[in-house]
Ligand binder design. Structure first.
Ligand code: SF4
Length: 177
């Protein structure tokens, strides 16, 4: 893969903001991941530009907010609906934001995402029918990213267990600390 860097020569890595300690989850909490914060925000900060993102905040859902989930429809399509209110549908908003985000960062190739999220999860998010989990898919923002740009590299935080995992994900970038 031919990975382009930003103007300062740094690789760009987008990371779900809740993993970096930002209190953007539906319940006002974060999901800070100490390994990811340490490696990507501190140890590799000279080589990387980290781009935190939260699709649900970006489309205007505040904190706290009602929970959303992936729901399979009768025609087999998947929508993102309110858990308590299935008439609340944020599917198009998340799809549209994926396009906006990629236009903003045209050279971006790497995404580290929060697993199981209806927006950010990568092949790890439950899909429901009548309240029952029937399958796994990606969150709607990630589905849309992959639809627009199939060659981007995405990993769930749950697959980054060691420093080596983080370096391998980036193609074995060298430390300069
Ligand atoms: S939308 Fe993504 S970044 Fe925002 S809180 Fe949910 S998992 Fe984290």
């Amino acid at each position: 893969m031919n990975v382009k860097n930003n103007k300062a020569g740094k690789k760009q890595v987008a990371i779900s903001a809740c993993l970096l300690g930002e209190a953007v989850r539906y319940d006002g909490r974060n999901k800070q991941h100490s390994l990811i914060s340490n490696i990507f925000m501190r140890q590799l900060k000279k080589q990387l530009e980290v781009i935190p993102f939260c699709p649900e905040m970006a489309i205007g859902l505040g904190v706290p907010r009602d929970k959303i989930e992936l729901v399979r429809q009768k025609d087999e399509s998947i929508r993102v609906l309110g858990v308590e209110n299935h008439t609340w549908d944020v599917t198009e908003a998340l799809q549209s934001y994926a396009g906006t985000f990629l236009k903003q960062y045209p050279n971006l190739q790497y995404f580290i995402v929060k697993s199981r999220s209806p927006s950010c999860g990568y092949n790890s998010t439950p899909v429901f029918v009548n309240g029952l989990e029937v399958a796994m898919d990606s969150g709607m923002f990630v589905q849309s990213l992959l639809h627009i740009k199939p060659d981007i590299k995405i990993i769930n935080e749950s697959d980054l267990l060691t420093e080596q995992d983080c370096l391998e994900f980036l193609g074995n970038i060298d430390f300069e600390c």
